[in-house]
Design a protein around this ligand. Sequence first.
Ligand SMILES: *Cc1c(COP(=O)(O)O)cnc(C)c1O
Length: 376
Amino acid sequence: MSEKIWLSSPHMGGNELKYINEAFKENWVAPLGPNVDGFEKDLELFLNKDVNVAVLSAGTAAIHLALIECGVEHGDEVICQSMTFSASANPISYCGATPVFIDSESDTWNMCPKALKEAIEDRIKNGKKPKAIIVVHLYGMPAKMDEIVSIANEYQIDLIEDAAEALGSKYKDQSCGTFGRFGILSFNGNKIITTSGGGALVCHTKDDKDKTVFLSTQARDNAPHYQHSHIGFNYRMSNIVAGIGRGQMEVLQDRVDARRAMHDFYVNIFEKIDGVEVFSEPNSDFYSNHWLSSIIIDPAIVGKTREDLRLAFLEDNIESRPLWKPMHMQPIFADAPYYGTNVSEKLFEDGLCLPSGSNLSDEERERIANVISKFF
Ligand SMILES: *Cc1c(COP(=O)(O)O)cnc(C)c1O
């Protein structure tokens, strides 16, 4: 059996251990310390938009805190892109609120502005104005932010950007994660950079960041004893984990370049194959980190399905995976309202994510190309 080729695997830069060793030497083995501060500074500089970043234990935790800080409470409604990973929507349920799911549009596969507007107006007509909007930059592709931001402003609803997959992506030269009231990042093991597990909340005011740090460290009031007037969480990133993050930040732009080169590799291959479309930026306003390269297969032209191709890859021990199954199709969210048509359903039916790691070798790329050429 040939060695496994993963969809996306961790790729260390080299200096991660240096930062971890410093933490050990100074006994900063705690959820605070110089690596936490340093990682936050690195992210703020990289995002380049006068933001305040709080690093946390996970991207999911960041979404949860963003919702709480937007005032989401039991019985509220929160709008969320349907085509995404369940972690975008689960924190809505943690708050006791109801998700309202929105279809994708076919250019970016992200939240359809038309369906968003229709949903907001219909929910208001039903007597409940949504408390927040969660838009996702899927696979690193920026959503149509001009339209989404202007709708959020028009109705004065807080916007939360799930940029878990989009660190390094830009829309009109502005970093994804810096458009909404809050942006969330993830450093899970499969993301473009990783700390083994972790996340961040991107805030625009020092107040919001301070509140995030307060809530993520058990919400202790200022007193010599343990005094609490808020429900707190244990969501802060540790100084050890943040050391990995600092090492990864040194190579982030290299990782973006490598993922974008993987996308070009697939564009090249599929140029000559009818009935397959590689997921690409609609125009030069969009700059994707191409976290995962993906394709849409038209079975009517190809005569085979995305599942056939997935199995052909598997035969050679190569991982590929269907696109995210939309949340409105998931058993856990079967009762949630949904606005749109069948765009995301169709994408799920015909879409496949391909190996996209920044650490793939020329031989591994050749194995991938061989499977594709045999299959087609
Ligand atoms: C990975 C991911 C998350 C969750 O991040 P974790 O750090 O794993 O909690 C949320 N949303 C999307 C779209 C993701 O891909």
